[in-house]
Design a protein around this ligand. Sequence first.
Ligand SMILES: Cc1cc2nc3c(=O)[nH]c(=O)nc-3n(C[C@H](O)[C@H](O)[C@H](O)COP(=O)(O)OP(=O)(O)OC[C@H]3O[C@@H](n4cnc5c(N)ncnc54)[C@H](O)[C@@H]3O)c2cc1C
Length: 303
Amino acid sequence: MNDCIIVGGGIAGLQAAIQLGRYSAYDILVIDKGEGRSTLCRNYPNILGFPEGISGPELRSRGRKQAEAVGVHFVEDTIEQAQHQEDSFVLTGKSGREYQGRTILLATGLTDRYPDIPGLVPTLGRSVYVCPDCDGYEVQNRQTVVLGAGNAGANMAILLSERTEDITYINHEKSQVDESLRSQLKEKGIVYAEKAVKEVLCKQDGIIQGVLLEDGEKIEAERGFIAFGGNKVHSELAVQLGAELEHNHHVKADPRSKMTNVPNVWVAGDLGVHSELTTVAMGDGVTAAVWIHKALKSMNENK
Ligand SMILES: Cc1cc2nc3c(=O)[nH]c(=O)nc-3n(C[C@H](O)[C@H](O)[C@H](O)COP(=O)(O)OP(=O)(O)OC[C@H]3O[C@@H](n4cnc5c(N)ncnc54)[C@H](O)[C@@H]3O)c2cc1C
């Protein structure tokens, strides 16, 4: 039996693993399926100590080594089922393996929705972004293209107009844009097109040069954003364990401890209340780990 099982070895899960491992007192297991937002992002430019930025895969690789060095174990599996059994939790993986833990930290994150447009993935986090709080700075006074759908894309383009006057919004899915948003796009001088994108044109280093539309037209761009709406929050395991969700499917937790309403089940990172920043995921992970430690210590004292 593990003292704590961390489901999700992304930023939040790894930071929690490092903190928990450093108590030198517990068996900690991280179970990860090898996907996630941090596997996609080519550069985080807003983290303390990394003025040039650091990629998600590099941060994960360093984090895993750091956690392993303090005795944390890792398994590659996809957890499909979670249940409470007396004073422990049993998780079942896609592999058929069962894992038992006294406490659980859910750090399964979310998945951004975006269509399979050739050339898009290599640009993500490098020159095409998802989060205006993280990367609005990167489009300052730059020729920017927003690839999106309906109102979600329109809202992103309007928000980014605080940063640059040169924006084209391509409504790739040709979905409904409300009249009030259409007027704002016009007011702010945002070029609007309802056309599918055939390809994102980029250099080898992931720097976007523009997009090729279905009708053969090329739109030049130095930077881009995607905003298709409908992200998928991976809250299934939390629901199986009885955790309460916000209206937007993120998992509710005590703000101080990050414990959910289910005793001994914690949440950290993008799965928790909507923040979606790497540094917040780290903060959540470390906070949850401190409180998991307090809980384990008290369980051991009351044995
Ligand atoms: C393109 C892009 C650019 C970004 N840029 C920035 C930026 O510049 N600055 C910034 O601060 N943030 C940025 N972000 C956001 C940042 O990546 C996330 O906030 C961060 O990754 C959240 O960490 P997390 O641990 O919650 O989730 P993730 O890093 O997504 O990790 C979740 C982990 O859970 C695992 N998992 C999920 N379900 C299961 C399961 N059932 N069983 C086992 N494992 C499971 C996945 O394999 C994954 O490893 C960006 C995101 C994207 C996509």
